[in-house]
Design a protein around this ligand. Structure first.
Ligand SMILES: [Zn+2]
Length: 504
């Protein structure tokens, strides 16, 4: 087969009517081919007659020599008629493309090339060029493989190139001429999360790089691709409050102002967060998230086993440490999984005990608690509408400090002791404290006191032990008051604090 002469970048134009007249030389060849074929047909006919004579009478065996002679001639005839075929040499603007069976075959090739170009470019495409066809007799094997012609024409299209295409979850990001450029780019995206301990790194999305045909004006800007892959979107996640947390610190740690974090947590009292509570926090999510696994080896304390000893000299719920115990130590090897640098999972592979912990011994009280003994938390003294909160306020036209909360409810409603304790004052407040009216003060130990003001009547006396929930007074409007309510105040170490932060 003749090789196709590729002349890259030669413009290709198409002529719509493609069946030309046979050139004179081709007519001559055709005649000769027909003469030869006729001669062969005659020879085959003669041999068939001989063969029929040889088998006439039925009993005579065919002479093997005759048989093979016939077979040979029949074979030659078959070869002649199947080997040679009319064909057309195709040129486009003078560039030889190959030999095809007929112009229509070439037309179909052009159609396929144009369809491929259209699907890649996303618009109509017409292959330009002037095809010419020369008739010739060819051996069948000399016909050019049409796929070669198709590939050649396809590669002449300047608007299309072969490149490596980067996709994330099927979304086209960009392309590069070298596969290594994209591999390098993806490595850079992972780089901030990869440490010397990283044993594997991956993307949470499906990232593919395939060689494809693309338009030549496709995005080849690696920097723009990097920016797109690492761009953050604002997501939201939850944070579980741990001991020592404050609302403000959680906000700061997560790159938010208190106001921004309040907006994410509209129903939360920022002064009243508690351990285990879930808060909404903002989360920056990169377009392409990276999962890494680090293999870490570190020392970890082993908690002391605890032994409890009963002690009848202490009240129930009280404990005392007899022996603190010394924690042990373990050498731990773990695979830690991170997503964008945040730990998601920790799988302990090995834990070798370096030192055993010693036992921690504590005494646990068994003595029955007196009913008036404080439980360590406060219940609401009355239920009602809070008409004035803790802090600065305007009252009677002047700006003043309010040391407690005012809970409005009906005259005569029973006021409960917020916790058990000892009454230290019960009666009409005087002097500096006159504005409380009828007042009860309960001491709960550990520097904690509660005040109940403006009572209509008082049911306890100084020195009494009262239990949590015991009715100690009744709601009224004595002292500096404009209506029936209970002024409830909590003091710790002599300082008024916001009761709402302590009520449960
Ligand atoms: Zn008040």
């Amino acid at each position: 087969m003749d090789e196709i002469l590729y002349q890259p970048n030669s413009p290709v134009r198409r002529r719509p009517n493609a069946a030309p007249d046979l050139p004179e030389s081709a007519v001559h060849w055709k005649e000769r081919w027909e003469e030869g074929a006729e001669a062969l047909r005659q020879a085959i006919k003669n041999l068939r007659l001989k063969l029929d004579e040889a088998t006439a009478g039925g009993r005579r065996l065919v002479n093997p020599v005759h048989f093979f002679a016939v077979a040979a001639v029949v074979g030659v005839a078959a070869v002649v008629s199947t080997v040679y075929t009319p064909s057309y040499a195709v040129t486009m603007d003078g560039v030889p493309l190959g030999v095809v069976r007929n112009p229509q075959v070439f037309e179909e090739v052009v159609d396929r090339v144009e369809a491929r170009a259209e699907s890649i470019l996303g618009r109509g495409y017409v292959l330009e060029g002037e095809p010419a066809f020369d008739f010739a007799l060819s051996e069948r094997g000399e016909l050019t493989d049409v796929r070669e012609i198709e590939e050649y024409l396809f590669h002449q299209i300047d608007e299309i190139m072969s490149s490596y295409v980067l996709k994330v979850d099927g979304q086209f990001i960009g392309a590069a001429l070298e596969e290594s450029s994209l591999e390098e780019l993806l490595k850079e995206v992972k780089a901030p999360y990869v440490t010397e301990n990283t044993v594997s790194s991956d993307f949470t999305s499906r990232v593919t790089v395939f060689q494809e045909y693309t338009p030549t004006d496709v995005n080849l800007d690696l920097e723009a691709m990097f920016a797109q892959l690492t761009e953050n979107t604002n997501g939201q996640t939850t944070y579980e409050v741990v001991k020592g947390d404050t609302f403000m610190q959680i906000a700061l740690d997560n790159g938010m102002t208190v106001r921004e974090m309040q907006e994410l947590n509209p129903d939360i009292n920022i002064d009243l967060i508690h351990i285990g509570q879930l808060l909404n926090i903002r989360e920056e999510i990169p377009f392409l998230s990276v999962t890494t696994v680090d293999r870490l080896t570190y020392h970890e304390p082993i908690e002391c086993p605890v032994e409890q000893l009963e002690d009848s000299s202490m009240y129930q719920g009280e404990t005392r440490v007899i022996e603190a115990g010394i924690p042990g130590e373990a050498l731990v090897t773990a695979d830690v999984t991170y997503v964008n640098g945040r730990e998601q999972d920790r799988e302990i592979l090995e834990s070798e005990t370096l030192s055993e912990p010693t036992t921690r011994v504590i005494a646990v009280g068994t003595k029955v608690r007196p009913s008036w003994y404080p439980n360590g938390y406060f219940i609401w003294p009355v239920y009602g509408h809070i008409t004035s909160r803790f802090g600065y306020r305007s009252i009677f036209g002047s700006y003043s400090y309010h040391g407690g909360i005012d809970i409005a409810t009906a005259y005569g409603t029973g006021i409960a002791a917020a916790d058990g304790g000892t009454v230290t004052f019960a009666g009409r407040a005087t002097g500096y404290n006159w504005s409380y009216g009828n007042l009860v003060i309960v001491d709960h130990g550990n520097g904690k006191q509660t005040y109940y003001g403006h009572c209509s009547s008082i049911l306890v006396s100084a020195g009494d032990h009262v239990y949590q929930g015991q009715t100690i007074a009744r709601v009224g409007s004595t002292g500096r008051s404009t209506g029936n309510h209970c002024h409830f105040e909590v003091k710790i170490g002599g300082t008024s604090v916001n009761p709402l932060a302590y009520l449960s």
